[in-house]
Write a new protein. Structure first.
Lengths: 191, 469
């Protein structure tokens, strides 16, 4: 995993509350044994019509939003199933950051472990971001600020440990493996 | 000593390293449950890194999510939904053999939904930390274990190190006082609490369910309630162990026997929140006011009592009304039902099947309704058949299936058709959860059975009164 310091992109708004991980990737696409190729099915039932053609009414299908990497979503994003296929699908579909007023616990954990930024802002900041949806936006993980032309930056905070792992491009398994001695001592003390 | 909550005791006793300076805690995991859908990428991670499993004996695997619920064919083959689900099952069989993990596969009399079979085996015990790549791991909290769902990357972490990196959650007490009325089930209580707390109300918290109404619940009912903690956004649900817990576990395959069991039981009974312990948040629920409850919307917090009217239209619920094709302020009872599903890790245990069978005995389901009854495990299937419940379901016109997750998430091909209304004893009513365009209404087994008979959403208390008369 290479380090992530800054994302510069246009944003796209999907201000629906309680978007669950079944919506992000329906169960019928969890049959894979790899992580790859799930992007086509991100938001499957909203994005594609029954005949397989793109739903023209769905925001991510509009021409002006192609290539947008920052999703501004409604409250409690990523609730429901623990499937890590949800962040895998979003990343594969080109989304690199999700901003909401609330993000479900397991989804946030899964997202940060895969390099998908999961950012929580206040309702007022969220409203301002929605008003500017579609415009260029920058998310700087070093300074923990969301920057947009003509408005004050928005400060956010990402879990310090996850942030350092993302900046350094290291994954958390390495940190855990390095704790092997402490784990052995714990096991011996309990035996 | 400061007074501590049950959660804190469980947390402290599993801290390999406490959290400090922004670094997460290293938490030791006693039991890791694995199924075919969220594990293949984790085993691949081990192979890519040349790692072995640290403690293969602390992992227990089963097949449940993508397995067919139709019996094997005469040639021994199974009718999978597609080649990919079959490959997934084969991948788990191969991974368990390669890494030395005990798998309860098709040949095991203990195979079942992961959150049903692990407690049956006595693998789930008070005081443990339990994780699984599945959000309904919260079910095991019914035993006073700290149990929560994780993603596939974390499944890999546990396989390799038997530990997880975790930030300490907050605590929330849901105090349920009084007594559930006759004809009101743990599922009704769970849906009622989800409605009160909201689907994000528990975010960042571990919920402890407390109070005399909780103490009065059986273990099966406690599992139904803790199962749905994740539907309140919580990391985990917890109920302190008591005599009910101890007696339920006595004699199970994986618990110690004899004097060792008594010693364990003494330890388990000490696992409770201190009287003076403080929670970050407390919610009060009056059990006596709970009525049979169902969901009407597209998240488990949008609930309504069976004899009440739907809420008025608001901007926030417009989308749910549109998807569900329901009218604001209309009664929910009387809505036409197409499919009824009794099953899932919420309500597929023997008591659930008995609840449904009691209302179906000597009756037929409505001619336009299709009903699936899917026991949670091979053990429950045997038990139900020994009691003749399968015969009751079949005679009523319902299908009696092989154990698995089935229509709870529809991965195995058990789905409904677009637009159909399913009264389901499962835990999620999200858009498309039971098939594209399918409308799901969550309910108790009794409400599901009563609705199957009536052909419309129906109050089980009415049918129960007829049965009694
Ligand atoms: S029954 Fe449903 S909720 Fe339970 S483990 Fe299976 S898919 Fe998940």
């Amino acid at each position: 995993m290479s380090g992530i310091a800054r994302i510069e992109s246009r944003s796209v708004a999907l201000p629906v509350a309680n978007i669950d991980t079944d919506q992000i990737i329906p169960a019928r696409f969890l049959t894979t044994t790899t992580r790859a190729g799930l992007g086509r099915h991100a938001f499957q039932d909203w994005r594609w019509l029954a005949d397989g053609s793109p739903n023209p009414g769905f925001v991510l299908n509009r021409a002006e939003h192609q290539g947008a990497e920052v999703l501004i979503a409604g409250d409690n994003f990523g609730c429901g199933s623990s499937r890590e296929h949800a962040p895998w699908a979003l990343l594969d579909a080109g989304i690199r950051a999700v901003i909401s007023t609330g993000i479900a616990d397991i989804f946030r954990n899964n997202a940060l472990k895969n390099g998908l930024l999961a950012i929580v802002v206040t309702p007022a900041e969220h409203a301002s971001l929605l008003a500017g949806a579609g415009e260029p936006i920058a998310i700087d993980l070093r300074t923990q600020r969301i920057e947009r032309a003509g408005t004050a930056p928005i400060a956010f905070s990402v879990d310090a440990f996850a942030r350092q792992c993302l900046l350094d491009g290291v994954d958390q398994l390495g940190y855990l493996l390095a704790r092997a001695d402490a784990i052995t001592r714990f096991e011996e003390a309990r035996a | 000593m400061t007074a501590t909550t049950l959660f804190e005791k469980l947390w402290q006793s599993h801290c390999v390293e406490a959290d400090r300076d922004g670094l997460p805690a290293v938490i030791y995991i006693d039991l890791h449950l694995v199924h075919e859908v969220t594990s293949p990428q984790a085993f691949s991670l081990l192979r890519e890194r040349g790692l072995r499993m640290r403690q293969p004996k602390r992992t227990l695997a089963t097949l449940d999510h993508s397995t067919p619920t139709t019996p094997p064919r005469a040639d021994g083959g199974r009718d999978y939904a597609d080649a990919a689900t079959e490959a997934q099952v084969e991948a788990l069989v191969g991974n368990c053999a390669e890494f030395g993990v005990t798998l309860h596969g098709y040949d095991s009399p203990e195979r079942g939904i992961v959150h049903v079979m692990a407690p049956e085996l006595g693998a789930t015990q008070p005081g443990m930390t339990i994780v699984c790549g599945d959000s309904h791991t919260s079910t095991h909290g019914a035993f006073g274990a700290l149990a929560f769902g994780i993603g596939s990357t974390e499944v890999g972490h546990v396989l390799a190190t038997q530990c997880l990196l975790q930030h300490k959650p907050k605590t929330m007490a849901v105090n349920v006082r009084g007594r559930l009325a006759h004809g009101v089930s743990a599922k009704d209580l769970a849906l009622h609490v989800a409605g009160q707390v909201g689907v994000a109300g528990g975010t960042g918290h571990v919920i402890e369910f407390r109070g005399d109404a909780i103490r009065a619940l059986t273990m099966e009912e406690r599992m139904t309630l803790c199962n749905m903690s994740i539907e309140m956004g919580a990391r985990a649900g917890l109920i302190a162990p008591d005599a009910t817990t101890v007696e339920w576990l006595r004699g199970r395959a994986r618990v110690p026997s004899g004097a060792a069991f008594e010693a364990s039981a003494q330890r388990w009974l000490g696992l409770r929140s201190d009287d003076a312990a403080r929670f970050d948040r407390e919610v009060e629920i009056d059990a006596g006011s709970v009525r049979p409850t169902v969901t009407w919307g597209t998240d488990p917090g949008k609930v309504v009592a069976i004899d009440a009217r739907l809420p008025a239209a608001t901007a926030a619920n417009a989308r749910a009304f549109e998807y569900m094709r329901l009218r604001p302020e209309a009664p929910i009872a009387g809505e036409r039902v197409d499919v009824v599903f009794v099953g899932s890790c919420t309500n597929s245990r023997i008591n659930d099947l008995r609840d449904a069978a009691d209302l179906l005995r000597g009756r037929r389901i409505a001619t336009h309704v299709r009903m699936l009854v899917v026991p949670g495990s091979e053990r429950i299937k045997r038990e139900a058949e020994a009691e003749g419940l399968d015969g009751v379901f079949r005679a009523a016109g319902a299908e009696w299936r092989e154990p698995g997750c089935s229509m709870c998430l529809g991965m195995n091909g058990d789905i409904a058709r677009p637009g159909e209304l399913v009264v389901s004893t499962s835990n999620r009513n999200f858009e498309g959860r039971q098939g594209p365009g399918v409308r799901t209404l969550l309910a108790s087994p009794a409400t599901a059975a009563a609705s199957a008979v009536a052909g419309v959403v129906a109050d089980p208390r009415v049918l129960a009164a007829e049965v009694a008369a």
